[in-house]
Design a protein around this ligand. Structure first.
Ligand code: HEC
Length: 138
């Protein structure tokens, strides 16, 4: 492999160019998603969760207490909330997972069933990160 930058004193190679050849578009896409997954798992979960929340959830949810199209996520973890059918649900890991998978399984009282399902659109690592972030919003 060609050396792109070597140490002037010792001649040791500091930077090498790496060329990855992909035979198909599928294999290239897999490579990109593996790379993204690897970067994801290197970040602290809360930090990654904040990033995903900002990119995918803030069109409908805030993290500062204000309701938007959906309820705020601030101060909610571990607290009970009223559903439109009169039942009560405590916001925990399972409830967040269910909300992402099938948002209309339980509808929060006072809100429209307007959430887009995220089933299959988030990796397990991203879901864990979102839960860690929501948990951190005291
Ligand atoms: C298009 C708007 C929209 C987007 C985008 C959206 N949501 Fe929602 N979400 C809602 C609405 C509206 C509700 C309330 C109705 C219901 O319970 O389904 C809700 C409810 C929830 C609840 C239950 C809250 C409670 O207090 O009961 C959770 C948890 C949740 N969303 C998480 C998320 C996360 C995490 C994301 C981003 C990955 C997200 N939502 C993206 C609209 C959205």
């Amino acid at each position: 492999m060609a050396c792109r930058e070597s140490d002037k004193a010792t001649g040791a190679c500091l930077k090498r160019a790496v060329v990855v050849v992909h035979e198909t578009m599928e294999s290239y896409k897999q490579y990109l998603s593996d790379l993204r997954n690897e970067q994801d798992t290197k970040q602290p979960p809360e930090q990654l969760g904040k990033k995903i929340f900002t990119a995918q959830c803030t069109s409908c949810h805030t993290d500062d207490g204000r309701p938007l199209i959906g309820p705020t996520m601030k101060g909610n973890y571990g607290t009970p909330r009223k559903m439109s059918d009169g039942s009560e649900v405590v916001m925990d890991e399972n409830y967040i997972r269910e909300s992402l998978d099938t948002p209309n399984a339980k509808i929060r009282a006072g809100f429209a069933p307007a959430m887009t399902p995220f089933a299959g659109r988030l990796t397990e690592n991203q879901i864990k990160a979102l839960i860690a972030y929501i948990q951190s919003l005291k």
